[in-house]
Design a protein around this ligand. Structure first.
Ligand code: BMA
Length: 322
């Protein structure tokens, strides 16, 4: 699509990606009952955009809400949370849901999220209108987080990145790749990436997880992913970039040592969980190479950053640590 949110790079900006000057774009209290709105996913929809938003309510229950926007910046998020339609009463029982991703594949939008089923695992659903969501089987056994689909089938199968975890705040985590012929049965699991060595790239030395839907480029899949440093003051979530092989995406072609963005602004450093920048979606325009990144800040609000795909690829290759 040729219209995405955009703001030119400020003259004094040193980074490869830069923040929107009016961040955050979604305040924590955009809903009458929201404690926080963050780690959320958006896609082109109709003449504008739609999304699935992580809204924690004032019971601190983690819920998913649909939302719509004409410009990708000002969002109308539905007051009522998404009620998934599920044929199986057992897997369809809602426990909690968070950190959604959304992607168009073939003929419909698929949503993946961290779904409560005896601990966190990867929930899956599809929709065509962001009104009715049809829940599918959970992709994996618990415990797993950060399930991110590729935007097309690979080797004839649906393909997903995920991050096996524990039932708590997981002090470890590698990214894996899996395939499915039908979005129900998942296999062909392959290892993609481990955390980096502390002395090489400390922002990603504790755990890593796939972020937005990967973008296909002639040089490979461009993957943004978050990485975690365990500091004396708790976890710090930054994000960087990697290039994955187009037909064998478990093969990493390059991976950035420096981060693209780390918590530095007040709205990233202060909130319910300080020092978190957590990207879950991008919009991009193939004609100009522009990319808009949607990321959660301090588990409280949602912000935008921008970059050029070519520059991020060049940065990834120049600073490759593999
Ligand atoms: C992760 C997830 C994210 C959250 C992050 C920082 O485990 O729960 O939703 O942003 O921790 O709290």
């Amino acid at each position: 699509m040729s219209f995405i949110p955009w703001e030119n790079k400020p003259a004094n900006e040193k980074g490869i990606v830069w923040r929107y000057s009016a961040n955050p774009i979604i305040p924590r209290d955009a809903l009458s009952t929201s404690n926080s709105i963050f780690n959320s996913a958006v896609v082109p929809f109709g003449k504008g955009f739609a999304g699935v938003f992580r809204c924690d309510d004032t019971n601190r229950r983690m819920r998913l809400h649909a939302g719509f926007s004409d410009d990708g910046i000002r969002w109308n998020i539905e007051e009522d949370d998404i009620r998934l339609v599920c044929e199986d009463a057992e897997t369809g029982e809602w426990v909690y849901g968070y950190d959604p991703r959304v992607v168009w594949i073939d003929d419909r939008y698929y949503v993946t999220w961290c779904n409560g089923y005896h601990g966190p695992t990867i929930g899956c659903a599809w929709t065509t209108d962001f009104k009715v969501f049809h829940q599918l089987e959970n992709a994996f056994l618990p415990f797993n987080r950060n399930g991110v689909l590729f935007p097309r089938k690979i080797n004839g199968n649906f393909a997903m990145l995920s991050r096996p975890s524990d039932n708590g705040h997981t002090p470890f985590g590698d990214i894996f790749y899996s395939e499915s012929p039908d979005m129900e049965f998942w296999g062909r699991h392959r290892h993609v990436m481990s955390p980096a060595k502390f002395e090489l790239s400390a922002w990603q030395c504790t755990k890593i997880g796939a972020g937005p839907i990967p973008i296909e480029t002639p040089e490979g899949w461009l993957l943004l992913y978050h990485g975690v440093l365990a500091s004396c003051n708790g976890f710090v979530y930054s994000f960087g970039s990697a290039l994955l092989d187009r037909e064998q995406p478990w093969k990493v072609l390059a991976r950035s040592g420096p981060y693209l963005l780390s918590p530095q602004k007040d709205y990233e450093c202060t909130g319910d969980v300080p020092n978190v920048t957590f990207p879950c979606a991008t919009l991009h325009d193939p004609d100009t190479g522009r990319m808009a990144i949607y990321y959660g800040c301090a588990d409280t609000v949602t912000s935008l950053a921008f970059g050029y795909i070519d520059e991020i690829i060049a940065f990834t290759k120049k600073n490759n640590i593999i």
